[in-house]
Design a protein around this ligand. Structure first.
Ligand code: DC
Length: 205
C-alpha cells in the first residue's frame, strides 16, 4: 500500500507521515528532506550528477553516503530547497529515486507532488492544509524567529511551490483534503488512520 501525503510548508506532513508509518510498519519517505539534501549539495558545490541522495530507515537522509538529516532543518535550506525544486533536472532525478523506493514496498511518502506526479495511483492520497498564519506559528515553535518574518517566508514558499511550471503544489483530484488549522497532530492522525482503514478494507489488505 502506498500512502501519499501532500501539502504546503509546515502543514504537519512530516509529523503525521512519520507517526503513521511507524504505526503501520511502513517505510517513511520525507521527499521534502530529499530536496533539502539537494539544496545542501548545491551549497557545497557538488554537481547534480555527483549528488547521490538516499533514504534510510526512519526517513534519515544520506547525501553521498553521509547522514545529513540533522543539517536539513535550517531556515536557509527552507528557502534554498524550494528554489532548487524548481529545476526540472533535480526533480526528474529525485522523482525516479522516489518511485524506485516505493516499488514493491509499503510506504508513507510526504511532499508536494506525491499524489499528482510521483505516485499518481497511490491507494490513499491525503492533502494536509492549514492557514498561513497557523503554519507560521508552527514553524516558529520549531525554528524560532519573528512572526512577520516567518509568515512572509511561508507565503513566499507557497507562492513559489504552487506557481512553478513543473509539478506545482496542488491537491490531486482524488486526494482527501484535511484542514488541520484547529486540529492537534493526534486529531489529524485519527482522521488519517480512519481513511487508511477504509482504504485497506477496500483494497483487501
Ligand atoms: O516539505 P519541506 O518544507 O521539507 O520541502 C522543502 C522544499 O522542497 C519545498 O519548499 C518544495 C520542495 N519539495 C518539492 O518541490 N516536492 C516535494 N515532493 C517535496 C518538497
Amino acid at each position: 500500500m502506498r500512502i501519499a501525503i501532500d501539502g504546503p510548508a509546515a502543514a504537519g506532513k512530516t509529523t503525521i507521515a512519520r507517526r503513521l508509518a511507524a504505526e503501520l510498519g511502513f517505510l517513511f519517505v520525507p521527499t521534502g528532506a530529499m530536496y533539502r539534501a539537494a539544496a545542501l549539495a548545491r551549497r557545497r558545490g557538488l554537481s547534480l550528477e555527483a549528488t547521490d541522495i538516499a533514504v534510510a530507515a526512519d526517513g534519515r537522509i544520506l547525501l553521498a553516503g553521509e547522514d545529513v538529516t540533522d543539517l536539513l532543518g535550517s531556515p536557509e535550506l527552507d528557502d534554498l530547497s524550494s528554489q532548487v525544486a524548481v529545476d526540472s533536472r533535480v526533480r526528474r532525478r529525485l522523482v525516479a529515486i522516489q518511485r524506485r523506493i516505493a516499488e514493491g514496498q509499503d510506504v508513507v511518502m510526504e511532499g508536494r507532488d506525491i499524489g499528482t506526479v510521483v505516485l499518481p495511483d497511490a491507494e490513499l492520497k491525503v492533502y494536509l492544509w492549514a492557514t498561513p498564519e497557523e503554519r507560521a506559528r508552527r514553524r516558529m515553535r520549531d525554528q524560532g524567529g519573528e512572526f512577520a518574518d516567518v509568515l512572509a517566508a511561508i507565503r513566499r514558499r507557497d507562492e513559489r511551490d504552487s506557481t512553478r511550471a513543473n509539478s506545482p503544489l496542488r491537491p490531486a483530484p482524488d486526494a482527501v483534503v484535511i484542514d488541520t488549522t484547529d486540529k492537534s497532530p493526534d486529531q489529524v492522525l485519527a482522521v488519517v488512520r480512519r481513511l487508511v482503514e477504509e482504504r485497506r478494507a477496500h483494497v483487501g489488505r
